[in-house]
Design a protein around this ligand. Structure first.
Ligand code: DNO
Length: 388
């Protein structure tokens, strides 16, 4: 696997020199200062690329060029937004970057209820608590149709939990969901958020899939000419929240995706954390099935709980068998005779990073370094033990 690390640019308290010390050779980043839907200009791309290369690293993957809501909704100025997207792809290719991650999640990108949830060893982790999510939707957001996403038992528990929460806990819940996780686009307020969600009122899962298919049929032929690989990130969490359709959550969804347009440019970011939160996903089997389509790997491990909640465990712990996952990856790499870019996704806030008040949730240096080091050791162990 090609070892990479995500970097959020000059504002990131994790520096490129830290990434180099972690032993990664590649950087994953984006032009975070460009508004969603605008063109990425060549000089802006080149500036970031030079900074990365001057630190002795390579810009391996763009994560992400975000998709404008009007494209997802296929409304308003979506045609212009698609043209902008194509132009950004041409510009990144001209700068020599050929790998692009994106997602097609409506309104919100990844979502958690706790950003710094304390574990037994005093490190902190990201957590998605289904009961608290239901409490947010029912009592903070006051969504009309909460019963469409949650059963009665969860809603009852949510009511009890909400009544027990302090004001500070309610604020933490709201901020965790709305204030924009690293890599997401906006900080949102409840009224703006509700307006954005309302736009999806009449959009079913099939409608959203059709809009994704339309978008891909527009951009993938351009990517093919440019030699760009697109890699969709699965929805996180992999089920509907806030009444919004989530369409990349399972093996069937990924099958649909690859069938939208058959092309080496139409691929997948295989995120073992997002897909692993759905107990029905057999990750090693899916890696084998989509072997030619996996262009990028996010390796992390969630610990699932019976009610659909989960938290992010250490990379080798949690509910997914990381040994089997990495073994499957190494098998397909051998068959394809290439190294797939991988990043240790998220990590606990631990050791000295616990003192960093500006830490990006999930993206502290030491927790990810631990993850990368463990995964690197696992890879070496598998390669040396002749089990492939
Ligand atoms: C979370 C990330 C996501 C991801 C986007 C890709 O850590 O994996 O924010 O970058 O969904 O577009």
């Amino acid at each position: 696997m090609k070892q990479t690390f995500r970097w959020f640019g000059e504002t990131d308290s994790v520096k490129l020199s830290d990434i180099k010390q972690a032993g990664a050779t590649g950087v994953v980043t984006a032009l975070h200062h460009i508004s969603n839907g605008e063109v990425w200009e060549i000089d802006e791309i080149q500036k970031v690329k030079n900074t990365i290369e001057n630190a002795g690293l390579e810009w391996t993957f763009i994560e992400s060029i975000p998709i404008h809501e009007n494209i997802k909704l296929k409304q308003g100025d979506y045609l212009q937004r698609i043209e902008n997207y194509k132009q950004s792809l041409k510009n990144v290719a001209q700068c020599g970057i050929k790998n692009v991650c994106y997602n097609f999640m409506p309104v919100l990108d990844w979502t958690r209820t706790h950003l710094f949830w304390q574990l037994e060893d005093s490190s902190t982790a990201l957590r998605f608590d289904k009961v608290e999510m239901a409490a947010f939707e029912a009592f903070i957001m006051k969504r009309d149709d909460v019963a469409s996403n949650y059963d009665e038992i969860i809603l009852k528990k949510a009511e009890v939990r909400f009544n027990e929460m302090t004001q500070a806990e309610k604020q933490r819940l709201e901020d965790s969901i709305l204030k924009g996780l690293p890599g997401t686009v906006d900080d949102l307020s409840i009224p703006v958020f509700k307006e954005m969600i309302a736009q999806y009122k009449n959009i079913s899962h099939d409608d959203l899939k059709e809009n994704l298919s339309y978008f891909l049929n527009e951009v993938i032929p351009v990517c093919e000419k440019l030699g760009i690989k697109m890699a969709i990130h699965p929805d996180d969490p992999p089920f509907d929240i806030m009444g919004l359709p989530r369409i990349i959550t399972s093996e069937t969804d990924l099958e649909d995706l690859v069938n939208f347009i058959d092309s080496p440019s139409n691929g997948i970011t295989f995120c073992t954390g997002s897909l692993g939160a759905n107990p029905k996903n057999d990750l090693p089997k899916m890696i084998e099935k989509f072997k030619d389509k996996i262009h990028f790997l996010h390796l992390r491990n969630v610990k699932r709980e019976p009610d659909g909640s989960f938290y992010e465990d250490n990379h080798l712990d949690g509910s997914s068998d990381m040994y089997e996952i990495v073994k499957s990856v190494l098998k397909i790499e051998k068959e394809r005779d290439l190294s797939i870019p991988m990043r240790p996704d998220h990590g606990h806030q631990m050791l000295d990073d616990l003192k960093n008040d500006n830490a990006y949730a999930g993206y502290t240096a030491i927790g990810r370094l631990r993850g990368l080091a463990e995964l690197r050791g696992l890879e070496l162990g598998i390669l040396k033990s002749n089990v492939l």
